[in-house]
Write a protein that binds this ligand. Structure first.
Ligand SMILES: CC(C)(COP(=O)(O)OP(=O)(O)OC[C@H]1O[C@@H](n2cnc3c(N)ncnc32)[C@H](O)[C@@H]1OP(=O)(O)O)[C@@H](O)C(=O)NCCC(=O)NCCS
Length: 145
């Protein structure tokens, strides 16, 4: 399973998956396109037989990164793709000299929390009513050596 960087041709598919999995908190197609134009953004995906099966993205500012996107298409879950996406993001962050990586995850999203714990993140604190529907987020952090 090799990752590759996003291109503009991928945006329709990524946007459709965002809308499917994140509803109100999905990144808009415009936000995805703006990110692709930014040097601070890194987006990676897995493509198998022409199908995008998983994707992720992060913003890097100085020595900190914020992972804002991670998803695996529903029928491809539980086979290591989410972990591969997070690992690819972490290795790019390391390559760019990042020391600390943050992310937010819904308190109800146990699969994602377990994925991030498995990748070495620790929970820091809750951010009250962070999501548009009023759900709290857990802020997680990983220090890179
Ligand atoms: C969270 C998500 C990205 C996981 O992707 P995935 O490709 O299924 O994850 P992986 O197969 O790489 O799993 C890696 C680890 O995550 C944890 N995990 C993943 N799915 C899990 C589930 N349904 N239940 C419990 N643990 C789970 C496990 O620890 C797993 O390791 P293991 O297989 O050795 O037990 C996927 O469920 C998804 O896209 N969800 C909808 C979008 C989303 O919530 N994204 C996160 C936003 S913060």
């Amino acid at each position: 399973m090799n990752g590759r960087r996003w291109t503009f041709e991928d945006l329709n598919t990524i946007s459709a998956l965002e809308n499917e999995y994140f509803a109100q908190s999905a990144w808009s197609k415009q936000a995805l396109a703006d990110s692709l134009l930014s040097e601070n953004f890194f987006g990676t995906l897995l493509e198998e037989d022409g199908v995008i099966t998983a994707y992720g993205g992060m913003n890097i500012v100085l020595d900190e990164a914020e992972i804002g996107l991670v998803a695996t298409a529903e029928m491809y879950r539980s086979c290591g793709r989410g972990k591969k996406i997070v690992e690819d993001l972490l290795s790019e962050a390391k390559r760019r000299g990042v020391k600390t990586v943050f992310l937010e995850v819904r308190v109800s999203n146990a699969p994602a929390q377990l994925l991030y714990l498995k990748c070495g993140f620790v929970g820091l604190y809750a951010r009250s009513r962070y999501y548009p529907d009023g759900e709290d987020a857990i802020v997680m952090r990983k220090e890179l050596d």
